[in-house]
Design a binder for this molecule. Structure first.
Ligand SMILES: C[S@@+](CC[C@H](N)C(=O)[O-])C[C@H]1O[C@@H](n2cnc3c(N)ncnc32)[C@H](O)[C@@H]1O
Length: 261
């Protein structure tokens, strides 16, 4: 007869092996006392980030549908389900992260769907969600505004929870709606919207492409048809779907005029 202490130790060792078999984790999640990324370079991530904005989201998500784009190891998807969301779909382009998320959901007892796919293909989901999480993905994209446009046009129904790494000034310069062609000085203001392009690597990561400053983050959200309704943490924005400013985007693609019926 095995003693309870020995059984618990064997279960923890088995879980440790399953966690380690899925490679390095970005999300540090407590799976029955076993942590998935205890040596994360950002500390207890993303719990430290979540603590900064969790109170800004409804504590009761009963009946709500949630899409977590770039769900990674499933930390936020699990938190949404813990708040009672009726349906949570975690989407990520990386199969290994999805395996991690599936393990985390299973061990924490949360019924969450996961699917492999890119933010550029969210239209193929064919449905809108009450809450869309788009956290920590924008700067990994070669086409960040396209992604925001597609989210607004195809899957966002109400609330967008957005986060991006930001670099550069945290100032937000007042913007005019138009500038004369020879008026170049505003571009040199630190608080003018700026999207910094990374040709090589940043933080040893070749998938970091565009890093906005604060003014640019906010301007891109507005330009994609999101109204910023909350800014609970420096990098986190709560947005509601709003009218998209003109001239707007030219996609989803339309058939060229001559081949239209
Ligand atoms: C920095 S992690 C952020 C994870 C999580 N959302 C968070 O905030 O902690 C970026 C995630 O976005 C995913 N990702 C990158 N490009 C993507 C794309 N085009 N479509 C969907 N997910 C993508 C990565 O695989 C990774 O899991």
């Amino acid at each position: 007869m095995m003693r309870p202490d020995d059984r618990a130790r064997l279960e923890a060792e088995s879980l440790r092996r399953q966690i380690d078999a899925l490679g390095q984790w970005f999300h540090n999640i407590n799976l029955q006392g076993v942590w998935t990324a205890p040596d994360h370079f950002l500390g207890d991530y993303p719990a430290v980030k979540w603590r900064g904005f969790s109170d800004a989201l409804p504590s009761d998500l009963t009946g709500k549908s949630v899409l977590d784009i770039g769900c990674n190891g499933g930390f936020y998807a699990i938190e949404m389900k813990r708040r009672g969301a009726a349906r949570v779909l975690g989407l990520d382009s990386d199969a290994r992260y999805l395996e991690q998320a599936r393990l985390a959901a299973r061990v924490t007892g949360q019924d969450i769907e996961f699917a492999q796919g890119s933010v550029y293909d969210v239209g193929a989901l064919g449905e809108r969600f009450d809450i869309v999480l788009f956290m920590g993905v924008l700067y990994h994209l070669r086409h960040p505004l396209l992604a925001l446009d597609l989210i607004r046009e195809t899957v966002a129904n109400d609330l967008l929870v957005f986060q991006s790494m930001q670099r550069g000034s945290a100032d937000v310069a007042p913007l005019k709606s138009d500038y004369d062609f020879f008026e170049a000085a505003p571009f040199d203001e630190p608080g003018f919207p700026k999207l910094h392009f990374i040709e090589g690597r940043y933080s040893d990561d070749p998938t970091n492409w565009w890093v906005p400053n604060r003014a640019c983050t906010e301007a891109m959200l507005r330009a994609s048809g999101f109204a910023i309704v909350g800014h609970p943490e420096a990098e986190v924005y709560l947005c509601r779907c709003a009218e998209k400013p003109e001239p707007g985007s030219v996609y989803p693609a339309q058939a060229p005029r001559e081949v239209r019926a």
